[in-house]
Design a protein around this ligand. Sequence first.
Ligand SMILES: Cc1cc2nc3c(=O)[nH]c(=O)nc-3n(C[C@H](O)[C@H](O)[C@H](O)COP(=O)(O)OP(=O)(O)OC[C@H]3O[C@@H](n4cnc5c(N)ncnc54)[C@H](O)[C@@H]3O)c2cc1C
Ligand code: SF4
Length: 440
Amino acid sequence: MSQVAEQRSETAFGDFKSAYDARQARIEANRCLYCLDAPCITACPTSIDIPEFIRKIATGNEKGSARTIFAANILGMSCARVCPVEKLCVGDCVFNNMDSPPIQIGKLQRYATDLAYEKGWSFFEAGADTGKSVGLVGSGPATLAAAHRLRTQGHACTIYEKRDVVGGLNTYGVAPYKMRADKSVEEVDWILSIGGIDVETGVEIGSDVTFAELEQKHDAVFIGFGLGADSWLGVDGEKTGGVYGATEYIERIKLDVVDLSGVQTACVVGGGNTAIDAVRELKWLGVPTVYMVYRGDEARMSGYHHEWHAARVEAVWARWGTQPIGYESEGGQVTAIRCIRCDEKKQPMPDTEHAISCELVLLAIGQSKLDGLVADLDGIATDRGRIVVDDDRATGRAGYYAGGDCINGGKEVVNATADGGLAADAIHAWLGAGNSLRGK
Ligand SMILES: Cc1cc2nc3c(=O)[nH]c(=O)nc-3n(C[C@H](O)[C@H](O)[C@H](O)COP(=O)(O)OP(=O)(O)OC[C@H]3O[C@@H](n4cnc5c(N)ncnc54)[C@H](O)[C@@H]3O)c2cc1C
Ligand code: SF4
């Protein structure tokens, strides 16, 4: 399987969240009330039986605990690291209503799943061969979850990935202090160890291989191609050196080496989670002054407040109510970002133009959609760039299913994983009813 380069800027990052040892895990597990109708389960998009896996840790059955997690969520290892648990399971733990700290579900999940990787426990086998084959587009969490479930049901799978590395944004997007790229690739290898899932990297569906060709080779297709390139502001001078899309730059930090030696001040434009990740990453890589430049205010930013508070502790600054309107440059390199102040309705205010000197600008104002790739496929509808699916993740074109960021416009790893599982079950039922794309 594909490996990541040894030399990467992300290796400068440590693990920001300490892991439990066996004693700590058991003490925390024993605090759980094992609630009936547990709200933490409802809050998890993959519906992991959280009280059950915690109870198994409390009774020393770590292997059983890991099995419970992976049976519901095959990406349980990465989800334990990257899930915004404060907004999901931990946020809904009943202890929040009792003036007591909520159960640290993410850390307990990490304890059990890390142990499974460390000990080499395997829980799943490929199902009896059905003679059917599914083509899956992209190798991110949605596809990996779908492919693994389909293999347990006996279908052959081929994943087509346009990049040279596998794992999607888990590998090249997620903040390195949550999970580094090599850990994500390790997860992919662990998932693929079930056997019978082929991965073709460096193959872009829509150009290297067409959907018509996929239909000749496979009985069903799963689309998990995520989102496209970073959006740009569209203001004058944007193609200046030193101005990048945030996810493009984060990918460099994760998979390559970036040179920030000449950067005294960096501006990250946006108020979402990608902007928060970017400011924290730049700060930790040694940029002395890092600003988040956002036209709204702190109360209305779309990024998670717990993440922003962590950034503030790390001495990252925000320029609230500030909208970029252009750039200043010298010798083709950005020297400042020109801005205007905005009122509380995010409307520019007259006579408030000013410049913020900086040597690096990252634009974290969203990613484009890849709906153009499916524009010629009759029956597949899109809504604001998102592929429209039903509850089973079926598109309107028979034999085509989709999940992850390409249907929700950009949520979390755990949502993509849940989609992959739902789609796999629906594909299994569709194939089981004698349907196939081949020969149509
Ligand atoms: C900077 C950043 C940080 C994030 N941090 C977190 C986090 O901390 N926690 C969290 O839960 N979520 C986080 N997310 C969101 C999370 O990463 C995504 O929701 C999740 O990865 C979506 O999974 P996916 O499988 O739908 O798509 P992706 O992970 O985007 O995978 C899609 C894959 O398809 C490939 N592809 C695209 N087009 C084609 C094509 N035509 N042919 C073949 N392959 C193609 C891509 O190269 C990619 O590998 C973050 C997102 C970003 C941008
Ligand atoms: S809500 Fe909290 S206490 Fe109840 S089962 Fe879930 S983790 Fe345990």
